[in-house]
Ligand binder design. Structure first.
Ligand code: FRU
Length: 515
C-alpha cells in the first residue's frame, strides 16, 4: 500500500512538473512570437495569421472592443472571421477567442457593433440587453457561380459582453435583390433625434442609408456620392457621425469612406465628407476631395460606438491592398494604427477639415524621455533604435524647406521633408529597407499638401514601432501612416535646412504592450 502511495505521489509530481514546463514553454513561445523583427510592440496585431479591417468597434462598461477581419489559418486573406480583442485604455489589448465564424450564408465581412440598450431587437432582455454585431455575409459559392447577389447583411448578438455570439435566425436582415456586386460594410448608429437605428452601407460607387426600429427590419432612406468625391476605386467601410467644430457650437456630420484603389499616393485610402444629416439624407457643399491620411497604410478605418460624440475615436488597418498580402512578416500579417481622436476644424484656407491624433493614453506609455537642444542645419543625433521611439518637436517661426533623415548602418533611410515652393510634405520610404516584395511599395515618395493652421510654430509627432511610422503634423492636420521594413533599426537622425530649426525636441521610448 505504502509503495502504491509513493508511486502515485511520484506520478502526480512528475505530471505537475510537466505542466509547469509546458506552461513555461507556451509563455516562451508567446514571448518569442511577439518579439519577431517586424512585430509592432505597442500597436495591435493578431496573435498569429492574417488580419485586415477593424470591425465592431464599441465601448461598453469600461471596455473597448476591437473586432477585426481575420483568417486564422494563413497569413494571407482567406475565409473571413471576426477576431476579437479588448482594452481598458485603447493602447494595451488582450486577445480574445474568435467571435464570429463563417456559416452557410457566407464569410463574415466587415461591419459594426451596437449596444441595443432598450432591447429593441428583442434578442436580449431589458435587464440584459444584447450587444449586436451587424456585418456583411459574403457567399463565395455565389460569387464563383458568377452571381451578383452574393453579399447580404446579417446580425449576431452577444449576451455576455461580447465573449460569445449567436447568429440571428432570421438572417440575412438585408438581402440583395438589387444584384449589387459590392454591397457591404454596414456601420450602424442610434439616431437620437428620430429615435431609430441608422445604417450606412456602401454599394460600389456610393453609400446607402437605411433605418430600422429594431435592427432586424431595414428600410432604404437615401443614397449619397455617385457624382461626388473620389471614385478611383470601389467605396468601402462607411462611417457617419456628428462632430462639433472645435471652438464653436456648430455641429456637422462627417461621412468617412474608404476607397480602393484611388488613394492620393496609390492603392487604398480614406476620404471624408463634411456635411449635414437630417435623419434621412446626407448632403454636403464640399467640392474638393479630402483625405484623412496621406501615407499609404491607413485603410478601412472607422470609429467607436458607445462613446460620447465629443470623443470620436478611430482605428484604421495599417496596410494597403496593393501589397497587404506580400509584406515580409511570417507568423502574422498587419497591424492596426494607434487609436486616434478625430476632431473637426474650420479655417479660411482649408474650410472644414478633420485632424486625427493619437489618444492621450499613449502618453502614459512614454518613458526615458530625452530633451535635446535646438537642431540646426547639418546636425545629427544618434540612438540605439529609433524604430521603438516617439519624437515630439516643433519648427518655430516660419516653416521652411527641411529634410529629416532617419538612417541605419546598412545605409537605408527614411526621409520626411517639406517643400515650401509647393507647400508639400514628402515622406520618402523608397530606400527604407525591404521594399521589393511588390512594385508600388517603394516606387515613389508619398506627397501631402500642407494642411496646417498656419506656418508659425508647427508641431510634429513622429511615432515609430518596428515596421511602421506615423507622422502627425500640426496636431494631425496632415498625417502620414506608412509601413517600413528596414533590415536593421534606424540609429541616426540628421536634419538639413537653410532656414528652419527643430526646437523642443523630445525623444521617448514607448513601453511594449505584450506580456
Ligand atoms: C476592406 C474590405 C471590406 C470587406 C473586407 C473583406 O478592406 O474589402 O470592404 O468587407 O475588406 O475582408
Amino acid at each position: 500500500m505504502k509503495h502504491l502511495f509513493l508511486i502515485f505521489l511520484f506520478l502526480t509530481l512528475a505530471s505537475c512538473k510537466e505542466k509547469t514546463t509546458s506552461i513555461n514553454n507556451k509563455e516562451a513561445l508567446v514571448e518569442e512570437r511577439f518579439r519577431e523583427t517586424y512585430r509592432p510592440q505597442y500597436h495591435f496585431t493578431p496573435p498569429t495569421m492574417w488580419m485586415n479591417d477593424p470591425n465592431g468597434l464599441i465601448y461598453h462598461n469600461g471596455t473597448y472592443h476591437l473586432f477585426y477581419q481575420h483568417y486564422p489559418e494563413d497569413i494571407v486573406w482567406g475565409p473571413m472571421h471576426w477576431g476579437h480583442a479588448t482594452s481598458k485604455d485603447l493602447v494595451s489589448w488582450e486577445h480574445k477567442p474568435i467571435a464570429l465564424y463563417p456559416d452557410e450564408l457566407g464569410l463574415i465581412f466587415s461591419g459594426s457593433a451596437v449596444m441595443d440598450t432598450n432591447n429593441t431587437s428583442g434578442l436580449g432582455t431589458k435587464d440584459n440587453p444584447p450587444m449586436v454585431a451587424i456585418f456583411t455575409y459574403h457567399l463565395m459559392e455565389g460569387e464563383k457561380a458568377g452571381r451578383k447577389d452574393f453579399q447580404t447583411q446579417g446580425i449576431a448578438y452577444s449576451l455576455d459582453e461580447g465573449e460569445t455570439w449567436k447568429k440571428y435566425s432570421g438572417n440575412p436582415v438585408i438581402g440583395n435583390e438589387g444584384n449589387i456586386k459590392d454591397f457591404r460594410d454596414p456601420k450602424v448608429m442610434w439616431h437620437d433625434d428620430t429615435q431609430k437605428w441608422v445604417m450606412s452601407l456602401v454599394a460600389g460607387d456610393h453609400a446607402k442609408f437605411y433605418s430600422s426600429p429594431n435592427l432586424k427590419d431595414w428600410t432604404l432612406m437615401s443614397e449619397f456620392g455617385k457624382n461626388i468625391g473620389a471614385h478611383g476605386g470601389v467605396w468601402e467601410c462607411p462611417d457617419l457621425f456628428p462632430l462639433e467644430v472645435e471652438g464653436s457650437d456648430e455641429t456637422k456630420w462627417v461621412l468617412i469612406i474608404s476607397i480602393n484603389p484611388g488613394a492620393p499616393n496609390g492603392g487604398s485610402g480614406t476620404q471624408y465628407f463634411i456635411g449635414d444629416f437630417d435623419g434621412t439624407t446626407f448632403t454636403t457643399n464640399q467640392k474638393e476631395i479630402k483625405w484623412l491620411d496621406y501615407g499609404t497604410d491607413n485603410y478601412a478605418g472607422v470609429t467607436f460606438n458607445g462613446l460620447p460624440d465629443t470623443d470620436r475615436t478611430f482605428i484604421g488597418w495599417m496596410s494597403n491592398w496593393n501589397y497587404a498580402r506580400d509584406t515580409p512578416t511570417e507568423a502574422w500579417r498587419s497591424a492596426m494604427t494607434l487609436s486616434r481622436k478625430l476632431t473637426l476644424h474650420k479655417n479660411s484656407s482649408n474650410g472644414f477639415y478633420l485632424k486625427n491624433y493619437p489618444v492621450a493614453s499613449i502618453d502614459e506609455y512614454s518613458y526615458d524621455t530625452v530633451e535635446h537642444d535646438t537642431m540646426k542645419n547639418g546636425m545629427s543625433l544618434s540612438s540605439k533604435n529609433y524604430n521603438e521611439q516617439r519624437l515630439d518637436f516643433k519648427i518655430p517661426s516660419n516653416l521652411d524647406d527641411f529634410e529629416l533623415n532617419f538612417s541605419n548602418v546598412n545605409k537605408e533611410s527614411l526621409k520626411l521633408s517639406y517643400d515650401s515652393s509647393k507647400s508639400q510634405f514628402i515622406l520618402d520610404r523608397t530606400d527604407s529597407g525591404i521594399t521589393d516584395f511588390e512594385t508600388s511599395f517603394g516606387e515613389k515618395p508619398h506627397i501631402a499638401p500642407a494642411i496646417i493652421d498656419n506656418k508659425e510654430d508647427v508641431d510634429f509627432t513622429i511615432i515609430m514601432d518596428a515596421s511602421s511610422i506615423e507622422i502627425f503634423i500640426d496636431g494631425g492636420s496632415t498625417v502620414f501612416t506608412d509601413q517600413i521594413f528596414p533590415t536593421t533599426p534606424f540609429t541616426a537622425l540628421t536634419f538639413t535646412s537653410e532656414d528652419a530649426t527643430i526646437a523642443n525636441l523630445k525623444v521617448s521610448k514607448i513601453k511594449r504592450i505584450w506580456k
